[in-house]
Design a protein around this ligand. Structure first.
Ligand SMILES: Cc1c2[nH]c(c1CCC(=O)O)Cc1[nH]c(c(CCC(=O)O)c1C)Cc1[nH]c(c(CCC(=O)O)c1C)Cc1[nH]c(c(C)c1CCC(=O)O)C2
Length: 343
């Protein structure tokens, strides 16, 4: 990508950069008044299905914050509609599935994903964005476990009791379900790269609910398969989850060029555990509600903990929360850009 800011691609490949590139998970969302205005007129699926509106929302944080990457605006549930799943995105809660999967009929009813038919609007949004963007575009998908947790629980969960009980009780069916989701997300991500996505992030947000032994048995083979399918695409892939310190080595073995670190994971420990693998993270999203002195202290702590090693993409440990002051998010970007001037 000549003439554009490709810091994030360099860092994702482990190369040296003049400063760590920065973007934020959920960088487009309710904390922005411009987003709230658009949301008063359209629902989230209506935005996603309208490439002009969707590109505009994707560009909002790039213009407002000066981040080093854009992330496609969509939800992890977006491709599920194309597999025959009916669901609602409930404000303040998250995805609610009309008929949660509880048996083989539910698994069989999931259709294979044909991206050009099921999500043409996502691919068109990517093509529109590529004409405008001067920073790389991140495509993304939910990982099979995280998607299965919504499909089986029927909505957000704290204990993940239904999904884990299903996994233990119906092991063969579980593997069928994860295989279907793996194939669908591999095709979805491939279509995003063909449309122009420059790197990818796989969100296994809720996989931290599993023990390392369960991860190895029930999830890791599918993740390994997914990353194997993505490798020929030739773009870096970020592998992210929350509460994953105990799983991080297993997740790294499954695949991904960059490992996402939540804010509970000590960065020096992760560097030691992961060797040369680039990392992304790991500021606590709640720090963005703190006074600027505290934000500065925490950003500097993370930079000091990384000790100038290459392959660090600055981000939060999880997504930006509603109510976060935009000014504070922008301040983090400014702090990182100051480092470049100082260098
Ligand atoms: C678990 C998960 C979901 N969705 C997503 C994940 C994985 C990332 C993570 O772990 O946070 C991924 C996601 N969802 C959204 C994006 C957009 C890109 C970005 O700017 O990061 C991304 C990357 C838009 C969205 N997806 C959703 C919003 C909320 C705002 C709205 O309804 O307009 C946005 C901006 C809805 C959603 N969808 C989901 C939740 C938990 C919610 C929030 C519910 C709420 O608080 O109202 C499921």
């Amino acid at each position: 990508m000549e003439g554009v800011n490709d810091l994030i691609l360099q860092a994702a490949r482990g190369g040296p950069t003049s400063r760590p590139p920065v973007w934020f998970m959920r960088q487009a969302g309710r904390y922005q008044k411009e987003y709230q205005e658009i949301r008063r007129r359209y629902t989230l699926p209506e935005i996603v299905q309208n490439p002009e509106a969707c590109a505009e929302v994707t560009l909002l944080p790039v213009k407002q914050l000066g981040v080093d990457a854009a992330i496609l605006f969509a939800d992890i549930t977006t491709p599920l509609y194309g597999m025959g799943v009916e669901l609602d995105l409930v404000e303040g809660k998250g995805p609610v599935i009309h008929r949660p999967i509880r048996d083989s009929k539910g698994v069989e009813a999931l259709r294979p994903l044909e991206p050009e038919e099921a999500v043409p609007f996502v691919l068109e949004t990517i093509r529109l964005l590529k004409r405008e963007l001067e920073v790389p575009l991140i495509g993304f998908a939910g990982a099979p476990f995280t998607l299965a947790s919504y499909l089986i629980e029927g909505g957000p969960s704290r204990q993940f009791k239904e999904v884990k009980a299903f996994m233990y009780r119906e092991e063969a069916l579980w593997h069928q379900l994860l295989e279907k989701l793996t194939q669908a997300m591999a095709r979805y991500l491939k279509a995003q790269v063909e449309a122009g996505a420059d790197l990818l992030q796989v969100f296994d947000s809720w996989v931290g609910a599993l023990s390392p032994a369960d991860y190895r048995r029930y999830v890791k083979p599918h993740m390994a398969r997914l990353f194997q399918e993505l490798r020929p695409l030739g773009v870096p892939v970020i592998h992210f989850g929350v509460g994953t310190m105990g799983l991080l080595k297993e997740m790294q073995e499954a695949g991904g060029d960059v490992m996402g670190l939540d804010h509970h994971t000590p960065l020096p420990w992760a560097r030691e555990a992961l060797g040369q693998t680039p990392i992304q993270g790991n500021l606590d999203p709640v720090v963005l509600f703190a006074p600027k002195e505290v934000i500065r202290r925490e950003v500097e702590r993370i930079l000091a903990e990384n000790a100038g090693r290459p392959g660090h993409i600055f981000n939060l440990g999880h997504g930006i929360l509603p109510g976060t002051p935009v000014e504070h998010v922008r301040y983090v970007v400014e702090l990182l850009k100051e480092k470049e001037e100082a260098a």
